[in-house]
Design a protein around this ligand. Structure first.
Ligand code: ATR
Length: 290
């Protein structure tokens, strides 16, 4: 049991907007409770125009560490004192740790994704050919993680093709041994295209509220042997995953990534690992209950 909140209690939290659906307070407080640590993890809704003030405030109030979510993952960078190499490469921060008087930004999303790909899909990026759907912040973090993990070919498909080109242009300068391509989202219409990949990963918001990619259907996926990963986890089985599952492909949603990035963040703040599997089981229970 966690001690009652007192003058000794250390504060952790999350900043983002909106935060009402965030499952991070639930899983972090469960882990703090399980280890009997005198910390509390609190949601702090922060609008984009108050970000600088909020960081100053959190620093003044002596916060030990916090998570950063949409829409602040990149915008927070100028307010931090130092970045880890992973955060620098991803151009995004999801975890901040106070180290002495400095606020240090980390990106645990990338490592969390690799843990989840391994545990949930038995997928190792070394030597793999990957198709990434989307070219926003989440796609950028995914490219960084898979590039570091040893993927040999990365293709980005985005509704706005310009953005896909910009993204691969940036990473081509970082990973010069990887083959990069951009392609239109129509790649999802043809099994002939999809057969070239070992992993297809959705980093867009398509799938939330049961939305699906236009035209993605049974005939697009017939005979395809790729694994399919969807960063969306509510609903737990998006139409994208449902179709892949029906055609015998391995599938996983983003719950494993959410839990794994949280476990790494927790260790940065407390120096301790949360009980194995606890965060994921909290998330599974919460998502099933919705
Ligand atoms: P995040 O940081 O979560 O990645 P983002 O930077 O706003 O968020 O990026 C959102 C991504 O989802 C983009 O790739 C966006 O495509 P565009 O660049 O063409 O806008 C993609 N996206 C959002 N809604 C989409 C939809 N209905 N169909 C296809 N792609 C969509």
């Amino acid at each position: 049991m966690k001690p009652a909140i007192s003058g000794w209690t250390k504060v952790l939290g999350i900043i983002g907007s909106p935060l009402s659906h965030s499952l991070s307070p639930l899983m972090h407080n469960a882990a703090l409770d399980a280890l009997g640590l005198d910390y509390v993890y609190v949601p702090f809704p922060v609008s984009p125009d108050r970000l600088g003030e909020a960081i100053q405030g959190l620093k003044s109030l002596g916060i030990v560490g916090f998570n950063v979510t949409i829409p602040h993952k990149s915008a927070i960078i100028p307010y931090l004192d130092r970045l880890s190499p992973e955060a620098e490469l991803a151009g995004a921060v999801n975890t901040v740790n106070r180290e002495g008087d400095l606020l240090v930004g980390y990106n645990t999303d990338g490592a969390g994704l690799l843990v989840s790909l391994k545990e949930d899909l038995a997928f190792e990026p070394g030597g793999a050919k990957v198709l990434i759907l989307g070219a926003g912040g989440a796609a950028r973090g995914t490219l960084a993680a898979l590039g570091n993990g040893g993927a040999v070919s990365i293709t980005v498909a985005n509704r706005n093709r310009e953005k896909a080109n910009e993204l691969i242009g940036h990473f081509a300068g970082v990973f010069n041994k990887i083959e990069f391509h951009s392609i239109s989202l129509e790649v999802l219409l043809s099994a002939e295209h999809l057969q070239r990949f070992d992993l297809v990963i959705n980093t867009t918001s398509v799938g939330m509220n049961n939305t699906s990619f236009n035209g993605f259907s049974g005939s697009s996926i017939k005979g395809v042997s790729a694994s399919f990963y969807d960063m969306v986890y509510a609903p737990p089985i998006t139409p994208f995953l449902e179709l892949a599952r029906l055609h015998g492909c391995r599938t996983a949603n983003g719950l494993g990534m959410l839990a794994a990035q949280g476990e790494i963040a927790f260790s940065h703040w407390t120096g301790l690992a949360p009980p194995r599997g606890l965060m994921k089981s909290c998330l599974l229970t919460a998502v099933k209950g919705n």
